[in-house]
Design a protein around this ligand. Structure first.
Ligand SMILES: Cc1ncc(COP(=O)(O)O)c(C=O)c1O
Length: 436
């Protein structure tokens, strides 16, 4: 708890009259036009002009042949994972997943929606530790994982907070092992990556690619997602699966398991209205990142890093990492936490509590998947090999893994593109005072 009226560190600072959000929807008016058109023309269904338009526009923007609109990024990830499973291991029986009996290498520091589809398909996620340069899947740990599990043929990876991972290295490793990649670009729409000397968009870097239009994303439909591909066969299959896998018969005939995953023409109308503003949103997010970076120049923190030569993030969320020797005590249980102020130091717990007391929303870094109760028994691989059971009462170990360290010392900062410079300056000032 922080009482901003009593704590002398926060003297003279007023709370915000209205909440400053982590990342909330930003409407521009055009959304209403396309939603209204859908209603007025009675295309209130999972077919309609808005769907056709956004599929074409996103495919053009991202630079792929086909985009299939779905109800959520999670639905896109499920069908992408299932496509990969079916290509690798064949069609599964109706009561079994396509990955049954198979391991899949997965990003560790990400939202669980990235990797839950492995479980939906009865596979076993093997979590790969994170590197420090972009906070994404570590190619060196991935190499180790292939040494330990040479039979694995599928990798699922995300670009954390809109920052592209080390795709050139990861793609080379995947090719060397004949493995497929499911790319989760849910957070990184509009982020660019230099692949073999050419700038390409995230969402085209895997064998199966997914984006999200969730309410907190860089552009939104309130919900929605897309599967992106150059393969007509894959696009057609995802469209079929997403509309209950109906066969070409006069009645409902089914030879495959189906899903109700298609996007609504109303949701697509919101996305259609947002699309012209994607670049504007990215520019606003980049300005927010830069303002934090400059504002924190005299603090013992660093921003979430990216490779400025090989990538141009979309800066969806700005984050910071507290230097190890400036961390005040902060421990986390399964559902609660305890932190303590210390002069010259701070902690994610203290900073998030302080900005919340002023009515601004931040968030802890995604808790790594290998630390999640549901996945505690799944394998986890670091650059050193097996990441489980690494402490030893008799031999001193090498410390915690990178993902756990970023979770321990990092936090997501308010990154709403409607946040004013004055509001952001006040947040920067609050964070300075946490270190007093
Ligand atoms: C990395 C990542 N993957 C997947 C998803 C799931 O997308 P959706 O909410 O559209 O299902 C999200 C966000 O919601 C995400 O941040």
């Amino acid at each position: 708890m922080i009482d901003i009226k009593k704590d002398p560190r926060f003297k003279g600072l007023e709370p915000f009259p209205a909440r400053v959000w982590l990342s909330s929807p930003t409407m521009h008016g055009d959304e209403q036009r396309w939603v209204d058109e859908a209603i007025l023309t009675n295309w209130v269904s999972t077919v309609g002009r808005n769907i056709d338009e956004i599929e074409q526009q996103i495919a053009e923007y991202v630079g792929c042949r086909y985009a299939v609109g779905l109800s959520a990024g999670t639905a896109a990830l499920h069908l992408a994972t299932k496509l990969a499973g079916e290509r690798l291991y064949g069609q599964a029986r109706p009561n079994e997943g396509t990955l049954q009996g198979h391991k899949v290498f997965c990003s560790d520091v990400t939202f669980d929606a990235s990797i839950n589809p492995v479980a939906y398909e009865d596979g076993e996620a093997v979590f790969i530790d994170t590197e420090r340069d972009t906070w994404n899947m570590d190619p060196e740990a991935l190499k180790k994982a292939f040494e330990m599990y040479p039979d694995v043929s599928l990798i699922i990876l995300a670009h954390l907070y809109g920052t592209p991972g080390k795709m050139e290295e990861i793609k080379a490793i995947a090719e060397g092992h004949g493995a497929l990649i499911v790319e989760d670009a849910a957070e990184s729409l509009g982020a660019k990556y230099m692949l073999k000397g050419r700038w390409v968009e995230t969402g085209t870097l895997g064998d199966y690619n997914c984006i999200s239009f969730n309410g907190n994303k860089i552009i939104t439909g309130s919900a929605g997602g897309m599967f992106l591909t150059d393969s007509k066969e894959d696009a057609d299959k995802v469209r079929k699966w997403s509309t209950q896998s109906r066969e070409a018969a006069p009645w409902y005939q089914h030879e495959e398991i189906g899903y109700n995953y298609r996007i609504s023409n109303i949701v697509a109308g919101v996305i259609r209205g947002q699309l012209p503003y994607l670049e504007e949103h990215i520019a606003q997010k980049k300005a927010i990142y830069e303002r934090y970076r400059k504002g924190f120049a005299d603090l013992p923190v660093t921003m979430n890093p990216f490779d400025s030569e090989k990538s141009e993030p979309n800066f969806w969320l700005s984050c910071c990492l507290i230097d190890d020797n400036s961390m005040a005590p902060h421990v986390r249980g399964e559902q609660d936490e305890l932190w303590k102020s210390e002069s010259g130091k701070s902690s994610p717990g203290e900073i998030l509590t302080a900005i919340a007391a002023f009515k601004a929303e931040g968030r802890p870094i995604w808790k790594p998947m290998h630390m999640q109760p549901i996945y505690r028994t799944n394998p986890f691989v670091t650059v050193e090999g097996n990441g489980r059971g690494r402490t030893n009462a008799y031999i001193s170990g090498s410390g915690i893994d990178v993902g756990a360290d970023i979770f321990r010392r990092g936090l997501c900062l308010p990154s709403d593109n409607k946040m004013t410079a004055e509001q952001q300056d006040r947040i920067i000032e609050i964070i300075h005072r946490c270190f007093l």
